[in-house]
Design a protein around this ligand. Structure first.
Ligand code: F3S
Length: 748
């Protein structure tokens, strides 16, 4: 058993009392998200009605999960906190650093060799501080968490933006930066602004080609990449209970793509069955006993408009399969309209590779539905036009799928089975292609499709869809193929239509696994070594505190135009190897951001020599001369992942301020935690006033206070000046972080 049964026993015996106390105090019926949040207040004495979207609240999450790329920085920070042991159960998952190249076995061997220094570091730190360690190949963090740790009513934080996947088991699971994870692991309060609530009522029942993925693909189209910001999406309705637990997890997982704090479903029979199928009968029995507490109160379900900030209704019976993309996950198109969109926009019609996997869609159910399409192709002798890549979600899924003939049947149509890991989803893909410069299309069952994310190639148009639709398009090799209406030609010239996918939620003979890849901490005296010569790991030095002065006449480093996600700020792919070495990874800072003045990436004006150079190179030269700089950006800056490197790199290279039209939640917090100033334009048109060779001051810092705007002064090269107000969302504690140089400098 890998989970902490005593912690869960105490949790389920206390949860109803806490919810009852909260309901009495706030004096009205509660949504499920509210029950879980109020039951996890850090200080029960602080219980009162918190204003959603306004009040900062301190919570006490039950557990922490970390993936290997973010765990390095999280644990380097934890090591500076002076604790002997993590205060809550925590796990590390080695899933991001395995490159998909020729197949699982060889790729894991290569990764284990190439990343041995990092894996040894993570293993020894985990062992020392009582943290569970999942070896490379054990699986993708969110599938492993769902199979082993997620529990209805619980609250966890994870250093990965798709942590909300655990909402599929009724948990409030939130993606955070490493510094937040450190707060929780040290037993400190963890702060979050009380989220707003979006209720999504699901009616009807999925049928035919429609899958859980299509629920969230459609919702992404409704809400867009910003629509869930600072909100929890809570699903309810009879349609919700018709979806399997892993299907619910898929939907919650991709709530990250609309910026939601998290997403969750109420506890139901499908969750209980999943808990039992994954060896957690006791948890299911405890949850069964308090079922009423694990769903929204009856009055809320009857009058949702009164209790949620917004209500959206989706009729599953009418839901069409969707394909979203390219370049953004909210470009939602129903399959019936997709071919026309491809033609109208001139997207490369040839579908070059199909990829099934990622934490979003790699469950047993996903594989079993997709393989039903693969089997038709094989049995009907339909040629498969494109290469197919599969990344199972965990070793338990892979082992069981192999036993049940699923893996073998994928291989029969030419699939390459990669490691149980993120692989191409995070740019860890050695793509075999004849021409990198050709515009090309791929379809994946992943969650993100930002430019360059899968293969580092800006010419790749990535579309996201369900696993079954991905497989159908892989067979056709044509983006304009619609399996609901179109036929395919068999080897002997017959025209056949693919039958609707069929699958099972659970393996008929139960899950099985030989070695799940888990190493429990021994708690023995372990020595953690970091070689000072290493180019992968570097001991963290605390950032300097604020010097007490306004930030004066900083040269503009870059004015970014358009999307600036964490992938643009701190690219993944090959750069993942430096996630434990702040100095080295800072070389990638903002290399994907588009310079508003020349439309190019990684070419900004160096105001010291009037040359165009890489963003990090310019920042380094400013830093060497003791000059601070400022970054200006547009909407939803820092959208995407929880990687705090996107905040630490600018901090390290002496960027003091990010001034944007708006921020993504996790990234804004990450900036604050690292002692940066995250400011927004009061008037968004002021963005247009910023010129390439401007120097910019931020003034008013001596009176830095919650709710009080600061001011920006632009010094143009022609000697003129302009100034305008800038907003911030810092509370008292966060202002302390800024003054101390970082949250870590204050807290531990
Ligand atoms: Fe990994 Fe991609 Fe999920 S990077 S954790 S599979 S979003």
């Amino acid at each position: 058993m890998v989970y902490d049964i005593e912690m869960l026993r105490s949790f389920y015996s206390n949860f109803p009392k806490r919810v009852d106390a909260a309901r009495e105090k706030i004096g009205r019926p509660m949504t499920l998200a509210e029950k879980i949040l109020y039951a996890h207040l850090y200080d029960e004495e602080a219980l009162r009605l918190f204003r959603r979207g306004d009040d900062y609240v301190n919570f006490r999450p039950d557990r922490v999960a970390m993936q290997d790329a973010t765990a390095q920085m999280a644990l380097l920070q934890f090591m500076n906190a002076g604790k002997d042991k993590s205060a809550v159960p925590a796990t590390v998952h080695c899933d991001h650093l395995i490159q998909a190249n020729i197949g699982a076995k060889a790729d894991i061997e290569t990764a284990t060799k190439g990343n041995s220094e990092v894996y040894d570091f993570l293993k020894s730190v985990s062992d020392k501080f009582g943290i569970g360690f999942w070896k490379p190949g054990a699986g993708i963090i969110h599938q492993v968490v769902l199979e082993n740790y997620a529990f209805p009513g619980g609250m966890m934080v994870g250093t990965d933006s798709h942590t909300p996947n655990a909402g599929g088991l009724g948990m409030v699971a939130i993606g955070v930066g490493g510094a937040d994870a450190v707060d929780v692991m040290t037993g400190m309060e963890w702060e979050l602004k009380m989220p707003k609530l979006i209720g999504v009522k699901l009616t009807g029942r999925l049928n035919g080609w429609a899958s859980p993925k299509d629920v969230i693909l459609k919702l992404a189209g409704i809400l867009t990449v910003k629509g869930g910001t600072n909100a929890i999406i809570e699903y309810f309705g009879e349609g919700a209970s018709s979806i399997s637990a892993t299907g619910k997890a898929t939907i919650c997982n991709m709530g990250a793509e609309v910026g939601a704090t998290t997403s969750l479903f109420p506890y139901d029979l499908n969750m209980a069955t999943y808990l039992r199928a994954t060896g957690r009968d006791t948890v299911a029995a405890w949850a069964d006993a308090i079922q009423d507490y694990l769903e929204a109160d009856m009055e809320v379900r009857a009058q949702p408009d009164e209790y949620y900030d917004r209500v959206i209704v989706i009729d599953l019976s009418e839901l069409e399969p969707h394909i979203n993309g390219p370049f953004t996950p909210d470009a939602a198109t129903p399959i019936s309209e997709f071919a026309a969109k491809v033609k109208a926009n001139g997207y490369p019609r040839k579908m070059e590779v199909g990829l099934i996997g990622s934490c979003t869609n790699s469950s047993y159910q996903d594989l079993s539905r997709a393989v039903s399409i693969a089997r038709q192709a094989f049995e009907d002798k339909i040629p498969v036009a494109s290469p197919l890549i599969i990344n199972p979600g965990s070793e338990q899924i892979r082992y069981t799928a192999e036993r049940d003939g699923i893996i073998g049947d994928f291989e029969k149509i030419g699939a390459t089975i990669m490691a149980n890991a993120c692989g191409p989803c995070i740019g860890q893909w050695k793509r075999h292609t004849d021409d990198n410069t050709r515009k090309n299309s791929i379809v994946t069952s992943f969650n993100r499709n930002f430019a360059k994310r899968a293969d580092g190639n800006p010419n790749t148009h990535a579309f996201v869809a369900s696993p079954e639709l991905t497989l159908a398009l892989t067979i056709a090799g044509d983006l304009c193929f619609n399996p609901l209406t179109d036929t395919l030609k068999t080897e002997d010239g017959r025209e056949v239509k693919l039958r609707e996918p069929q699958g099972t939620d659970f393996p008929p003979d139960g899950f099985d696994v030989k070695d799940n890849g888990y190493l429990a901490p021994t708690g023995k005296n372990v020595v953690v070594n970091i070689n000072p010569e290493s180019n992968r790991l570097q001991v963290l030095q605390p950032f300097a505190p604020w010097d007490g002065n306004d930030l004066l006449e900083m040269p503009l480093l870059i004015k970014a135009s358009g999307k600036c996600t964490t992938d643009h700020i701190s690219m993944a792919g090959p750069w993942l190897r430096f996630r434990g070495h702040l100095e080295n990874i800072s070389d990638n800072m903002l290399m994907g951001a588009v310079n508003a003045f020349n439309g190019q990436t990684n070419a900004v004006l160096n105001q010291l020599n009037n040359e165009y150079e890489a963003v990090s190179a310019v920042a380094k030269q400013y830093k060497a001369k003791g000059i601070s700089s400022i970054v200006v950006a547009e909407e939803n800056y820092g959208e995407g992942s929880s990687r705090e490197h996107a905040a630490m790199e600018p901090r390290f290279l002496n960027v003091k301020v990010i001034l944007a039209k708006s921020f993504a939640r996790i990234h804004e917090t990450n900036l604050k935690k690292q002692g940066m100033l995250a400011l927004t334009f009061v008037n968004k048109e002021d963005y247009d006033k910023i010129r390439e060779n401007d120097h910019i001051s931020i003034v008013g810092l001596k009176d830095f206070a919650p709710g009080k705007p600061l001011a920006a002064i632009l010094y143009h090269a022609d000697g003129t000046q302009e100034s305008f107000p800038v907003n911030h969302t810092y509370n008292d504690l966060q202002i302390k972080w800024f003054k101390a140089g970082s949250a870590l400098n204050v807290a531990h």
